[in-house]
Design a protein around this ligand. Structure first.
Ligand code: NAP
Length: 329
């Protein structure tokens, strides 16, 4: 039986995580019991929400304990199966963590759609981050053709898809991201009509003439305060994430509720997990846009499980260009 290398939580981060907050260990690979599947992991996802799991603060999911494997969506190949729905050789996606092998209940896994190339798309454009953009934009933001849709974190995993979906819905899109390379990608790869570099522009000036119908908010903080000053009457603010606040001991409020009255606006948060019963619909539509070339994507792949902490810290600092992933094998 092979051994399993795993990245675990060694210490609870204080502010921006450090590499010493993580440990790499090695354990035996357990055999799958009845109803379980043994998966050899090919790639693991690197996501902002993992920062929340490292903290003990109350949230929608239980925190990781010290010594736990870092939680993540992962893609891999079935090695052994005691669940009739899966056979050796199948590619699957599930919450399998930062490790080389995982044993999981069959019911917690999904097959990677046949022919999806590369299969890592099941971790982003045709997986969790694509689904987040899809349900967040269409169900919560409810864009109408001709609307102006502003996306923060626009060059990231969720943001790159949200902007393109808004464009497919006939909207005018404004993307906000950090640095000239990302801003170039906003226009060239993800078809944003307007691209704003929040690190090098005065956001108040850059957004002066905008009337924002839908704000898809991935970051919160100062950027969101600037967007909130440009809402149109009846605007919808989709609270997808607040990544600018995840390393703060005391997150700063980004919104004055009085603005909801002035603009007769709606602000709503959502969690992608609540849409699990509709993942089939979302996967089918996202896969067909990818296949037709209507949906572009970019992944930022780091090689080697041992480099996952570095990729994670880099992503929180904005170093990722596209969806951050780690190739395990
Ligand atoms: P991502 O955008 O690929 O990576 C994180 C990005 O955040 C960085 O590249 C950086 O981009 C930006 N960032 C970091 N610190 C910032 C700061 N202080 N101010 C502004 N931007 C900052 O990550 P993702 O996976 O697509 O996640 C995006 C957001 O969606 C996160 O808030 C995440 O928690 C949320 N999310 C929510 C759900 C849900 O169910 N609600 C599901 C998935 C993700 P720049 O270089 O442009 O600064």
């Amino acid at each position: 039986m092979p051994t399993n290398r795993r990245v675990t939580l060694a210490a609870r981060p204080d502010g921006l995580p450090k590499e010493s907050d993580f440990a790499l260990d090695q354990v035996d690979v357990p055999g799958p019991k009845s109803g379980e599947v043994l998966v050899r992991i090919h790639a693991v996802s690197v996501d902002p929400y993992q920062r929340g799991r490292m903290s003990e603060a109350r949230s929608y999911a239980k925190p990781l304990q010290l010594g736990d494997v870092i939680t993540s969506q992962s893609v891999g190949e079935v090695m052994e199966s005691n669940d009739g729905r899966f056979s050796p050789g199948d590619l699957v996606v599930g919450q399998l963590g930062w490790q080389e092998y995982a044993v999981a209940r069959g019911g917690s896994l999904r097959l990677v759609p046949h022919g999806l190339d590369p299969p890592t798309l099941a971790l982003h454009a045709v997986g969790a981050t694509g689904l987040t953009a899809y349900f967040g934009l269409f169900d919560v933001g409810r864009p109408r053709a001709g609307d102006t849709v502003v996306v923060s974190g626009a060059a990231g995993a969720v943001g790159q898809i949200a902007g393109q979906l808004a464009k497919l819905a006939g909207c005018r899109t404004v993307g906000i991201a950090g640095g000239p390379e990302k801003v170039r990608e906003l226009a060239e790869l993800y078809r944003y009509d307007v691209a704003v570099d929040y690190k090098n522009a005065d956001l108040g000036d850059a957004l002066r003439d905008e009337r924002v119908d839908v704000y898809f908010d991935n970051v919160g903080g100062e950027i969101s305060r600037a967007v909130h000053r440009r809402l149109s009457i009846g605007a919808r603010i989709v609270i997808c994430g607040q990544v600018s606040q995840y390393n703060q001991a005391r997150p700063e409020p980004s919104f004055h509720p009085g603005a909801l009255i002035v603009y007769r606006a709606r602000m709503e948060g959502f969690l992608i997990g609540d849409y699990a019963h509709r993942f089939g619909e979302g996967v089918m539509r996202l896969a067909s846009w990818v296949a037709s070339g209507d949906l572009h994507w970019r992944e930022d792949v780091t090689d080697g499980l041992e480099n996952a902490p570095q990729a994670f810290i880099g992503m929180l600092n904005g170093a990722n260009r596209g969806k951050a992933l780690v190739r395990v094998t």
